[in-house]
Design a protein around this ligand. Structure first.
Ligand SMILES: [Zn+2]
Length: 265
């Protein structure tokens, strides 16, 4: 009991950068990052990688700039890596520890490097703010079967078992394991805001984030079930992005280097 209490105090009381929200996080970073790395290797090893040179080099460039901005701002000290997967889903994820997967289906929506920077900065922000850890913590608390000590991905006949898929869903890679688990409104707004800061500091025009989310709002999404009604609407998201834009523009104007929209994709 005391051990649990100490763990809760040690890991439970963190606050999110830039928003100051207190968060409940029971999973130690080292464990969460190891889980992210395992999941990254597992997924990247089984999916086919994109061979599009133009896209791969643009993704690499954007990831370098955005993650440098995240490190300069919040020092997450991640070991960043990225793979572009050949997959028609318009999606991307940054797993704990800085492991990024970009699905080729999102490239037409990104349209240019700045749009891509908005997507990647948003996903990186989810990871730096430890949103996946918070969701896994909730699962651990709600479902005693998920023991912290054994928080690893396990396989059943070579495939990830149902529990591992649930963990991956909680870490934001639902698109790749078939478990729909959108982030809550609080997590989405936080990732949008922190993402705007990262993309602006990386030297990408933050007004492109609004254009990106306008394009993303055209995507026909599966209907959100009522228990997920805390997911933000596209209108809410665009309103909040617009509200924060003047602050993001200040950061952009002070950025060491400016790339504007960057090259087209
Ligand atoms: Zn998100």
């Amino acid at each position: 009991m005391w051990l649990l209490l100490v763990l809760t105090i040690a890991y439970g009381c963190a606050s999110v950068p830039h928003t100051g929200r207190r968060q409940f996080n029971m999973v130690p970073d080292a464990q969460l990052n190891a889980l992210g790395t395992n999941a990254f290797n597992e997924i990247a090893g089984r999916e086919s990688l994109s061979k599009d040179e133009h896209v791969n080099s643009a993704v690499k460039r954007v990831v370098e700039r955005v993650t440098a901005a995240a490190e300069a701002t919040d020092k997450p000290n991640f070991k960043w890596e990225v793979r572009v997967l050949e997959n028609k889903d318009p999606n991307a994820v940054c797993l704990p520890g800085g492991k990024i997967l970009v699905l080729s289906g999102i490239i037409p929506y990104a349209r240019n490097e700045a749009g891509l920077a908005a997507i990647i900065a948003h996903e990186v922000a989810h990871a730096v703010a430890r949103h996946g850890g918070e969701r896994v913590s909730q699962a651990v608390t709600v479902n005693g079967a998920l023991q912290l000590g054994s928080l690893a991905l396990s396989k059943d006949g070579g495939k990830l078992d149902a529990r591992s898929k649930r963990i991956l869903g909680a870490l934001g890679s639902g698109a790749l394991v078939g478990i729909l688990l959108p982030y809550s409104r609080v997590h989405e707004f936080e990732a949008d805001r922190i993402g705007q800061i990262y993309m602006a500091r990386a030297g990408y025009d933050p007004t492109e984030a609004l254009r990106l989310w306008e394009r993303m709002s055209q995507i026909k999404k599966p209907p959100i079930p009522p228990w997920l009604s805390t997911h933000p609407t596209d209108q809410d998201r665009l309103r909040k992005l617009r509200e924060f834009l003047p602050d993001a523009m200040k950061i952009y104007n002070d950025a060491p280097r400016k790339h504007g929209k960057g090259s087209d994709l």
